[in-house]
Ligand binder design. Structure first.
Ligand code: FYN
Ligand code: ADP
Length: 593
C-alpha cells in the first residue's frame, strides 16, 4: 500500500479568533488523524478525556469536529483518572489523550491506578520519532514512552504506520476489556498523524472489535466443588468486591444472596450492589463476621491489604501472619488470583456473570438457609453498631465534625439514590464509607485499591459526563488539593457537580504544631480558615461557606435542585479525625501508638 509520508497539508488552519477549519486530506486520501478518530468511532468510543498540546492539539480539535466529546482538563493526571472511571462506569475503555513525555508521565499515574483497580482504560500519547529516541539525540520531549509504560500497565503498543492504526486501536481495546480489565498504553509518534494513505484502503484497515470481553464460563466441577463447600457451611459469608460491581450481574448476585440467605459484606465500591440497609448486610458487623465465618465466598474481591491479606487477627489468626480457620471460595476472572495470599479451597475462574448464574443453577430451590445462631449473632452485633452510630449522628456540635456533616450527606444521598458519590481523603473517606448508605450499584466511586489521593475532580467530571447524573463529591481538604484546579473544568462544561470539602485545616486534621516553635507551620497544617468555596466562584460556579449542618443541608439541596457547579466549604472542627483515618496502623513507628 503506497504511504504518503510527506504531510499532505492535513491538519487545521485558523484565522486569529476565527473558527478552526479542519483541513481534510485530499478526497481519495485519509490521514493518520482521521484513521485514529474513525477507529475509535467504529468501536463506539464517543468521549475522549485529555489535554491539548504538541503533537496532539489538532487531533483534539478534529475529534470534536468529528462529533466526539473532547473533554479538556488542566492536568493530565485528572484526565487519566476521568478516563479510568469512565471505563469502570461504562464497560467501554475510557480514553485519555496526552502530549508526549511530561504529559504522558502525568497520565501514567492514572494508568497504573486503573490497572491496579481493574478499570479498562487506554492512555494514548503522542511521542517523539523512534529513530531520534533510539539514538537519544535530544528531540523535543524525547522519551521511550513505550518501554516505560510497559512496566505499569496491562499491555502497551506503538503504531508507526497509518495502515496499522486500525490494528493498534483494536489491540488496545481488546487488551483493556478482555479477561481482568486494566490499563493499556497506545503510543502514536507525531509523524504518524500526518501520514495519509488511499482512503478506501485505509478504511478497510479499521477493525470493529467483536466481543472484546468474551464470557468465560466456569468449569462445572469447579462450580460443584464451590457449592459443596458452601452447602456445608455453618457460618457462611459472601464478600462482594468492585469486580462484582463492574461485572453488571446485579440481579443474579442479588438473587444468589437472597436465595441462599447468606449474610454479605460489600467492599467500598461494591456498596449499593444491594441497598446498604438490606437485612442481610453485615457491613456494620465487619470485625465480627470476618474472624467468625467458616466459609467465605469472594465475588470479585481480592484478598489484598483491604482484607488484611486473608490472614492475621482480622480473620481470627493468632498472629499477624497466621491464617484463620476459614475456607475460601473465590470467583474471579483472573486464574492467577487464587492463592495470592492464603489457600483458596474452591477457585471458580470465569466472568462473574457466568459464574454467579452457574452457582444459582446449582443452588436450585431448596438451599438450606444459614443457621439462625449465625444470622442472629450478626444482627445483634450490627444493630448494636448502628444504634451506637445513630447516637453519634444525632449530636449536632459546633463547629461541625465528620459525623454531623456526614449525617447531612447521608440524608441527601438517601433522597437522591441515583446520584453519583465520589469520595476521597483519610477521615473524609473512612467516615463517609460507614456513615453514608448507598442504594444502587456503581454509585460510589472512591480511592480504591491503592487508597490514592487525587481522583476527586477527575472522577466527578467523568461521572457527570458518562452518566448525566448529579454528582456529589465528599472531599478531605488535603485530597481536594490534588485536583482542585479542575473546578474550572467543571464550570467550563457546566456539570451538575456538588463538591463538599470537609475543611479541618490540614492533612488528617489541623492541630499539629512546629516543635521548634519556628515560623513555619507543621507539615500537615494548611492555611487556617481557607475558603475553598471562593475557588468555584472564580470560574462562575456557586461557592458556599457552611459552618452549620443547616447551612450545609440547604447548600446541598440547592446544588442538587439547580444542578449548577457548586463547592461547599464545610468548616469542620480541626481537632476532628485521626492520623490516616482507620489505617493509622500502617504508619511505621518505633513504638506502636
Ligand atoms: C460499618 N460500620 C458501621 C456501619 N458500617 N457501623 C454502624 N453503621 C454502619 N452503617 C462499622 C463496621 O462494622 C466497623 O466496626 C466500622 O464501622 C468500620 O467499618 P469499615 O470502615 O467498613 O471497616 P474497617 O475496619 O475500617 O475496614 C478496614 C479497611 C477500611 C482497610 C478495609 O478501613 C478501608 O477501606 N480503608 C481505606 C483506607 C484508604 O484507602 N485511605 C486512603 C489513604 S489515607 P467494627 O465492626 O466494630 O470494627 C492516606 O493517608
Ligand atoms: P475490592 O477492592 O472491591 O475488594 P478488587 O479490586 O480487589 O475489589 O478485586 C476485583 C477483582 O474482580 C479482581 O481480582 C478482578 O480480576 C475481578 N474482576 C473484575 N471484573 C470481573 C469480571 N467481570 N468477572 C470476574 N472477575 C472480575
Amino acid at each position: 500500500m503506497e504511504t504518503v509520508t510527506k504531510p499532505a497539508a492535513t491538519g487545521t488552519s485558523a484565522a486569529p479568533g476565527g473558527p478552526i477549519a479542519v483541513i481534510a486530506p485530499a478526497q481519495d486520501q485519509i490521514d493518520g488523524f482521521h484513521l485514529v478518530i474513525d477507529a475509535l468511532k467504529l468501536n463506539g468510543i464517543d468521549t475522549v478525556f485529555g489535554l491539548p498540546g504538541i503533537p496532539i492539539t489538532d487531533l483534539t480539535r478534529m475529534l470534536q469536529a468529528e462529533g466526539l466529546r473532547m473533554i479538556s482538563f488542566r492536568h493530565e493526571q485528572n484526565a487519566g483518572y476521568a478516563a479510568s472511571i469512565a471505563g469502570y462506569l461504562t464497560g467501554k475503555p475510557g480514553i485519555c489523550l496526552t502530549v508526549s513525555a511530561p504529559g504522558f508521565l502525568n497520565g501514567l499515574t492514572a494508568l497504573a491506578n486503573a490497572t491496579t483497580n481493574c478499570f479498562p482504560m487506554i492512555l494514548i500519547s503522542g511521542s517523539s520519532e523512534r529513530e531520534v529516541v533510539d539514538l537519544q539525540q535530544g528531540d523535543y520531549e524525547e522519551m521511550d514512552q513505550l518501554a516505560i509504560a510497559r512496566t505499569l500497565c496491562k499491555a502497551a503498543f506503538r503504531v508507526l504506520h497509518a495502515e496499522d492504526i486500525g490494528v493498534g486501536v483494536a489491540r488496545a481495546i481488546r487488551a483493556a476489556l478482555s479477561g481482568r480489565p486494566g490499563g493499556v498504553y497506545l503510543d502514536l509518534p507525531a509523524k504518524l498523524f500526518a501520514q495519509s494513505i488511499p482512503a478506501e484502503a485505509g478504511r478497510r484497515t479499521l477493525i470493529e472489535v467483536v466481543d472484546p470481553a468474551p464470557r468465560q464460563i466456569p468449569a462445572a466441577d469447579a462450580v460443584k466443588r464451590a457449592l459443596d463447600l458452601l452447602r456445608g457451611a455453618k457460618k457462611p459469608l459472601i464478600l462482594l468486591g468492585k469486580g462484582a460491581a463492574y461485572a453488571r450481574a446485579d440481579a443474579d448476585i442479588r438473587e444468589l444472596i437472597e436465595k441462599t440467605g447468606i449474610p454479605y459484606l460489600p467492599m467500598s465500591m461494591a456498596k449499593g450492589l444491594l441497598p446498604d440497609i438490606h437485612a442481610q448486610s453485615a457491613a456494620a458487623a465487619r470485625s465480627y463476621v470476618l474472624p467468625e465465618a467458616d466459609v467465605v465466598l469472594l465475588i470479585g474481591a481480592r484478598l489484598n491489604w483491604l482484607l488484611s491479606h486473608g490472614k492475621g487477627k482480622t480473620w481470627g489468626g493468632k498472629g499477624h501472619k497466621d491464617w484463620g480457620s476459614q475456607k475460601f471460595i473465590q470467583v474471579d476472572i483472573s486464574p492467577q488470583e487464587a492463592d495470592s495470599n492464603v489457600k483458596i479451597d474452591a477457585p471458580v475462574v470465569g466472568d462473574i456473570g457466568s459464574c454467579v448464574s452457574a452457582l444459582l443453577a446449582g443452588i436450585g430451590a431448596n438451599w438450606p438457609k444459614p443457621p439462625a445462631e449465625w444470622t442472629n449473632a450478626i444482627a445483634e452485633r450490627r444493630d448494636r453498631n448502628i444504634a451506637k452510630m445513630a447516637q453519634t449522628l444525632a449530636l449536632d456540635p459546633a463547629p461541625m465534625n465528620f459525623h454531623s456533616a456526614l449525617n447531612v450527606v447521608r440524608d441527601i444521598v438517601k433522597s437522591n439514590p441515583a446520584a453519583m458519590l465520589v469520595n476521597e481523603g483519610a477521615n473524609a473517606l473512612d467516615f463517609t464509607r460507614s456513615i453514608v448508605d448507598m442504594y444502587q450499584p456503581r454509585k460510589r466511586i472512591d480511592v480504591g485499591t491503592w487508597g490514592v489521593m487525587g481522583i476527586g475532580m477527575g472522577f466527578c467530571v467523568a461521572a457527570a459526563v458518562v452518566t448525566g447524573e448529579q454528582v456529589i463529591a465528599i472531599e478531605g481538604d488535603s485530597a481536594f488539593g490534588f485536583s482542585g484546579m479542575e473546578v474550572e473544568t467543571i464550570c467550563r462544561y457546566n456539570l451538575p457537580v456538588c463538591v463538599v470539602v470537609l475543611n479541618n485545616n490540614g492533612v488528617y486534621r489541623g492541630t499539629d504544631v512546629n516543635p521548634t516553635g519556628g515560623p513555619d507551620v507543621a507539615p500537615t497544617v494548611f492555611v487556617k480558615g481557607a475558603r475553598y468555596d471562593m475557588l468555584m466562584q472564580a470560574f462562575g460556579g456557586v461557592g458556599v461557606n457552611a459552618t452549620t449542618t443547616a447551612e450545609l443541608r440547604a447548600a446541598m439541596e440547592e446544588a442538587i435542585r439547580s444542578r449548577r457547579p457548586t463547592l461547599i466549604n464545610a468548616v469542620i472542627d480541626e481537632t476532628a479525625g485521626t492520623e490516616s483515618g482507620r489505617i493509622t496502623s500502617l504508619n511505621p513507628s518505633t513504638k506502636k501508638k
